[in-house]
Design a protein around this ligand. Sequence first.
Ligand code: GDP
Length: 219
Amino acid sequence: AQIFQAEFIKSSVRTEDCPSDGLPEFALVGRSNVGKSSLLNSIVRRKKLALTSKKPGKTQCINHFKVNDSWYLVDLPGYGYGFNALVRFNHARILYRYASAPQELRTDWNKFTKDYFLNRLTLVSVFLLIDASIPAKKIDLEYASWLGQNQVPMTLIFTKCDKRKKKKNGGKRPEENVKEFQELIRDFFETAPPWIMTSGVTNQGRDEMLLHMAQLRNY
Ligand code: GDP
């Protein structure tokens, strides 16, 4: 499995605006800063191909990239920004952070993403990105459990697996954080979701991800 071609197709807000050619797709989602851009670039192996849309406005859209003219990688809006903003608001009273992500807007995007998960017929699997260099975060557990409870097919993609343990990160190795996360979400799934350990720095997991996607497409 190799990627020899990848091109940006379109940004959509609603599920019904997404491409209608029926090609299978994989959607990447995770907390802001989880390492999604790095991972995408590692998969595509082209630093210059701006696979993630960090341009203003596009980060809140459903972004379709066509790969090898036969399937899609879909970049979904990151979550957790509003959550962090709220925490900051409570602890440090940094009002402007909160003000920059209005509640209404966030709920709205959330609704579009949820609609996409539930109604996008060509969605083969959601790739939920989880930072393996830190202990499980509540918001990630909530996201995973929502997908599980709604029976949305999901693959856990653990990122930053090259990072060594640090005291301030809880002092655990990526392998330990991965195991802990899986245990914490176990009850929300009939069968444990597939999982892959990756790093955008060392390219760990790159081939495994490509193979996994190829297998799911041919299923
Ligand atoms: P995004 O916001 O999810 O797109 O995250 P980025 O790809 O921009 O990465 C966020 C931060 O994490 C940056 O400082 C990256 O250098 C770092 N990072 C991303 N992936 C990895 C990884 O695999 N290993 C390590 N050690 N750092 C990473």
